[in-house]
Design a binder for this molecule. Sequence first.
Ligand SMILES: NC(=O)c1ccc[n+]([C@@H]2O[C@H](COP(=O)([O-])OP(=O)(O)OC[C@H]3O[C@@H](n4cnc5c(N)ncnc54)[C@H](OP(=O)(O)O)[C@@H]3O)[C@@H](O)[C@H]2O)c1
Length: 408
Amino acid sequence: MSERTFNVGLLGHGTVGAAFVELLRDRADQVAAVTGLRPELSGVLTRSRGDFDEILEASDLIVEVIGGVEPARDYVLRAMQAGKHVVTANKLLLSQHGEELWAAAREHDVQLRYEAAVAGVVPVIRVLNESLGAAHVDRIHGIVNGTTNFILSEMARTGAAYEDALADAQQLGYAESDPSDDVSGRDAAAKMAILARLAFNTPVHLDDVRYEGIEHLTPEDMEYAHELGLGLKLIGTAERVDGGISVRVHPAFLYGGHPLASVDGPFNAVTIESPAITEVTLSGPGAGGPQTASAVLGDVVSAMIPPASTPPTIDDLPIVTDVESAFYLYLEVADRPGVLAQVAELLGMQGASIKSVVQKGLGDNARLVMVVHPLLESRFFAAVELIGRLDFVRAKPRAIRVIEEQFS
Ligand SMILES: NC(=O)c1ccc[n+]([C@@H]2O[C@H](COP(=O)([O-])OP(=O)(O)OC[C@H]3O[C@@H](n4cnc5c(N)ncnc54)[C@H](OP(=O)(O)O)[C@@H]3O)[C@@H](O)[C@H]2O)c1
């Protein structure tokens, strides 16, 4: 087979960019054997090196691994306007400007690929776009942030406090020195916005995603959860609800039989549910230079072969903000007769019933920990507000959602 050159311009030479350069060098022969085209680097842009226009001119495809919104958005748009394919790992950009960018890709008949933007090397974008392209997806649950999954796994494994587990994660390179986007849930929210857009064919912006982080979780939550048969994860959910969709990220307890319950450490996993297939779970390393570069190179290879594009949205589904959930409720109470009965009554007035309960301690140090059957979140929080005002409640009640489904 005669071999032509396929020129790849690289924007960004940090963790992912540098790993991509190395991988491209190692795998060029293999890519040439598969595609008949030999990929070659046509230029590298950083803040101190390279010229965008020259790189663009010399490239068939642009890889964007700068991160952030600007100037990444401007470069990606200009590349597509010039008729070049683009591969990006940039979830923040796609979750805020995805529709504009996908429309530009369609208009200029180029490919915009972004497998590395969600769950690192786990091929969830490809599966949603291609393998399940015709499936009616009802729900996606995902562990899409490796930093928080590592921290929660460490807290569960060692009983460490959140701050200590975060320090360990930073030392081992699983968390950045400024971990705020990860631990606040914002990074996961951006990824869930992208997955929801693809799964439901409706516009979803990062601002549509409610998110909550893991900073407030304590070793006690882990301990009690363990007794109740639960494990704690930061879960992203995108689901159809009442003719609309809900996309959210929050810590959630899972029973041991859930496919995501055993995903530990810096790994990511995504469960896709659809009536025709029950559920499919994909898991693997969610971040890291070489891993992310591998997803980027996979997209480059795909772009070298057949055309593909993200189609326009076909629905405009409303975003639903009040959804049903089961809850874990942690109360510090004075140990007096009738405490559980009063809590149960306030919950009952909002239609909540208790599924299981653990009671520990004596005197003013008693703990009442329970799992409540699913109900609308607004009703549950209304009950918790009233419970927090009872005179025997010693500290602000803590509530964490519980995902009840188990698959076998
Ligand atoms: N790291 C991961 O594990 C991972 C995983 C999945 C997705 N991603 C995504 O991949 C992207 C890159 O992440 P990263 O960790 O590789 O970032 P990084 O290590 O911070 O590298 C960023 C690179 O972009 C360059 N850059 C920044 N601003 C620029 C500008 N205005 N003009 C030109 N170049 C600029 C930097 O140049 P200088 O060298 O001059 O500073 C640096 O080379 C992000 O979108 C991130 O969300 C990363």
